[in-house]
Write a new protein. Structure first.
Length: 181
């Protein structure tokens, strides 16, 4: 009985100190391993796994939501394929995706951010960009989307799409949720 009580005391003391894990599906974990991609798990919890919404432009492979941050995150990994029209042209593939996901409204604005050498080193990527835009309503009802695309030669492209109304304080960290090993 004393051992059980000590074990419960130990677990209740130290479990809250362990980092939280982003909920991943076995299929997504297999895809991460195939591209040698690592997830930077958040230190806070409260992420719920959602069904991937249907859309014509990007088949999301994992969708999670943080109620505390009011932030939806969608992930898509695309292995490199020599037969692909955009083979070794990540800038063209990602820009085409942004044009398809972005709103066609007259007042819609899209901005692009090029990552510097330090940020590329953190992602262990050869190329990366971030676009901020208003998504098509068929993609998301949220007014703001950020698409972060990172590319590693001979591996492929990783997309992180962040959807929100008001940017949470953790947004910068969420932009770097995926990185190549």
């Amino acid at each position: 009985m004393n051992r059980l009580l000590l074990l419960l005391l130990f677990l209740s003391t130290f479990l809250p100190l362990l980092p939280a894990q982003l909920p991943l599906t076995p299929e997504f974990e297999t895809l991460l391993d195939s591209l040698d991609v690592r997830v930077n798990h958040p230190f806070d919890d409260g992420f719920m796994l959602l069904d991937n919404p249907e859309n014509d432009y990007l088949q999301d492979q994992l969708t999670v939501y943080s109620k505390a941050e009011k932030l939806e995150m969608r992930f898509h990994l695309r292995p490199e394929d020599e037969r692909d029209l955009y083979y070794q042209r990540p800038h063209m593939r990602a820009a085409m995706l942004v044009m398809n996901l972005g709103s066609n409204d007259d007042d819609a604005v899209t901005s692009v951010h090029s990552f510097g050498e330090e940020e590329l080193a953190v992602m262990n990527a050869d190329w990366a960009r971030m676009w901020t835009f208003h998504p098509k309503r068929s993609y998301s009802q949220q007014p703001t989307a950020q698409l972060i695309a990172a590319y590693k030669q001979d591996r492929g492209l990783i997309y992180t799409v962040l959807l929100f109304d008001k940017a949470p304080p953790t947004l910068e960290g969420r932009q770097l949720m995926l990185r190549f090993r």
